[in-house]
Design a binder for this molecule. Structure first.
Ligand code: 6R9
Length: 655
């Protein structure tokens, strides 16, 4: 049994840093080299300097890092600050006071701009309203809202008074909301009468009512309801209050409370491939520092940018890169409320042109969906305001990368493929646009201060280029999770125990090429074993997506008498190729994989389908595909599945 994972596909394209970009970048090659050196030689001074330089402290810290309880690390533990102060109040001097903090576009096309001064006022009012509803420091507040400025106000109002927020994605069911309310013992729930999605109202308040039905099973005392859609809803006397009434009689003066650096800022549930979702929790200071620095370094954010991260605030990407990172930098954040293809597949491009968006951060699933719709949609719009693109969520197939680079970035914008997780708080491995050449499909190099390694099944470092193994982090960093809410054993067991607490184990497989670039190969749990060769999912899928007719693909293993496992591929075709002959295409795809990778990776079974099952944050759910491919009944937890119809269609899909 091999102890490493075989790399199959070699991608050799490389795109140097554009000179015009390097000249103006927040991080240049010299600074990068200096910071990386300092981080290796003296990590405490490296992190301490950055924390003093970039954050405003109420009580300065003396201790940078405490390791005595490892893997329960503490950062800046004797310092105090306020996260909302750092995101808003400190920008109230000078020109940023009346600069747009948020530019929001509703699904119906209406636009709202919120300046830093206005945001400050809204947060202060709402923070006082929360206090009025009995919320105190350390209490948990659940936020189940549409993508509207008030959702961000709610998060920052919690931060202002030291309450811990837990944002539940508005697309989640009553059941998922109920689990999270119970697990966190939330005292207050903030929701809306509904959310707009593809022209329809998602009944958030009705879900909330269902989640709260059995009073003895949760501790929610008050529900604050924002009026957004005007939908008819029930308000429970004594429990429910409209947002506008909650802020009507409170003062707009709410001093930001100094918070211990290590006090929890938020809890966020991450699905995990098995079992109950984990309530990952993050600190205040360390988390904010990392969200802020990575936004500055990786997105090269500048005062004049209009920055758009398309993630919902219900995900970590929304926390770090819609709210905390960009606002801590005093940036202008664009927000969009609704469905990406509504009313037409050019909605994104239309908004980029309309608002002059200069930085776009989205996910491979979105890029592949746009690629499937055809090149003509972005072509209709002027995308010349864009100067930088980003990607997160899954490995980017090189062909999807090329499409993004060419059709959206006009071959002028660097692409930051950022590898990170809910648990890591912020980017870990990513190209720096003024320093690092892009290789399509690679997330490039660890950021300064991040020490990433590849290890084999026994935890021994793999140094040979292109040999795959476990992606691990062998030094603590300030943005790291502080634990699993209410379950310290699960924290140790999920992330540390396998290699004796020596490394943070990400659960991904990866390889490093001869230039030191990282290539994520997929989740460790999804690795296939074909005739003794261990294959990650990403490379074979990318070989399939490299065919001009294919927009996305997923592979899983099916038992095979001789090979151990054989490959079953699920393939989605681009619109204009949907009528193509399937037998011919199947043969062409097999030939293509054989040519790009070798016969070992040739799929035994190819199934064409209209869509792949995805999580609500857009990640392919291979465990469901595995059951389907094996003809087993799907018994797994499907609460995170985005669209159950996809599964139905897959069940009847023809070979
Ligand atoms: C931020 C986020 C984390 C998992 C991660 C990995 C996958 C994310 C990636 C990537 C390859 C990238 N992932 N970014 N894989 N390249 N640039 O997505 O957090 O929802 O916790 O998911 O997503 O498998 O382990 P989260």
């Amino acid at each position: 049994m091999p102890t490493s994972i075989d790399s199959a596909l070699s991608e050799t394209r490389s795109f140097p840093v554009p000179a015009h970009f390097a000249d103006q970048a927040n991080m240049d090659a010299e600074t990068f080299a200096r910071l990386t050196r300092q981080a290796t030689e003296n990590p405490e001074s490296f992190w301490g300097d950055l924390a003093r330089q970039h954050l405003d402290w109420d009580v300065p810290f003396q201790r940078v890092l405490e390791v005595d309880q490892a893997p329960f690390y503490r950062w800046f533990g004797d310092g105090q600050l306020n996260v909302a102060y750092n995101c808003v109040d400190r920008h109230l001097q000078g020109a940023t006071r009346h600069k747009a903090a948020l530019i929001w576009e509703g699904e119906d096309g209406s636009v709202r701009t919120v300046t830093y001064a206005q945001l400050h006022r809204e947060i202060s009012l709402f923070a006082n309203a929360l206090k009025h509803q009995g919320v105190q420091k350390g209490d948990r507040v659940a936020i189940y809202m549409p993508m509207v400025p008030e959702a961000i106000v709610a998060m920052l109002a919690c931060a202002r008074i030291g309450a811990i927020h837990t944002v539940v994605f508005g697309g989640f069911s009553a059941e998922a909301l109920k689990d999270r309310l119970e697990d966190t013992d939330a005292k207050v729930l903030i929701t809306a009468d509904g959310a707009w999605r593809a022209g329809k109202v998602v009944p958030l308040k009705r879900h909330a009512d269902q989640a709260l039905l059995r009073e003895h099973e949760h501790s929610v005392r008050h529900v604050i309801v924002l009026r957004r859609t005007g939908a008819d809803i029930d308000m429970q006397e004594g429990r429910d209050i409209w947002w506008e009434d909650a802020v009507a009689d409170v003062s707009a003066d709410c001093p930001a409370l100094p918070i211990q650096a290590e006090d929890t800022l938020f809890i966020l549930y991450t699905s995990g491939s098995t079992g109950k979702p984990k309530g990952v929790f993050h600190s205040s200071a360390g988390y904010l520092l990392w969200a802020m620095l990575t936004t500055r370094w990786v997105f090269d954010i500048k005062p004049e940018d209009v920055y758009w991260c398309t993630a919902d605030i219900g995900w970590i990407t929304g926390h770090s890169y819609v709210v905390y990172g960009p606002l801590a930098n005093g940036a202008t954040v664009f927000l969009y409320e609704g469905a990406p293809m509504h009313p037409q597949p050019d909605r994104f491009w239309k908004m980029i042109a309309r608002h002059g968006v200069s930085i776009l951060y989205t996910a491979p699933t979105a890029v592949r969906a746009f690629m499937k719709m055809g090149d003509e949609w972005p072509q209709r719009h002027d995308l010349s305001s864009l100067r930088l693109l980003g990607s997160v969520g899954e490995p980017m197939n090189p062909e999807a990368w090329m499409w993004y680079y060419k059709h959206i970035g006009g071959e002028r914008c660097p692409v930051a493929d950022t590898w990170w997780q809910t648990e890591t708080g912020g980017h870990m491995i990513a190209p720096l646009p003024g320093v690092t050449a892009n290789k399509p499909g690679s997330c490039a190099l660890p950021l300064p201060g991040i020490s990433a390694r590849i290890v084999n099944d026994h935890g021994a470092p793999i140094t040979a280029p292109n040999a795959g193994g476990y992606l691990v982090i062998d030094r603590p960093w300030p943005g790291m999770l502080r634990g699993v809410w209410g379950n310290p054993e699960r924290y140790v067991e999920s992330y540390w125990a396998r290699f004796d607490n020596r490394y943070y184990i990400a659960g991904d497989s990866a390889r490093r090429d001869a230039d030191g670039y990282f290539w994520v190969m997929g989740r460790i749990d999804d690795v296939l074993n074909v005739s003794g060769h261990r294959l990650g999912t990403a490379e074979v899928e990318s070989a399939l997506v490299a065919h001009p007719a294919v927009s996305e693909a997923a592979i899983v293993g099916i038992p095979h008498e001789i090979k151990g496992e054989a490959i079953c591929a699920f393939v989605v075709l681009k619109h204009q190729h949907q009528g193509d002959d399937r037998d011919e295409l199947g043969a062409a795809l097999r030939a293509q994989v054989t040519e790009l990778i070798g016969a070992i990776a040739r799929p035994d079974d190819i199934r064409f389908t209209d869509a792949l099952p995805k999580t609500r944050s857009g990640k392919i759910m291979r465990r469901l595909l595995r059951s389907i491919a094996r003809g087993e009944e799907v018994t797994q937890d499907m609460s995170t599945l985005e669209d159950e119809d996809t599964l139905q269609n897959l069940g009847t899909v023809k070979r």
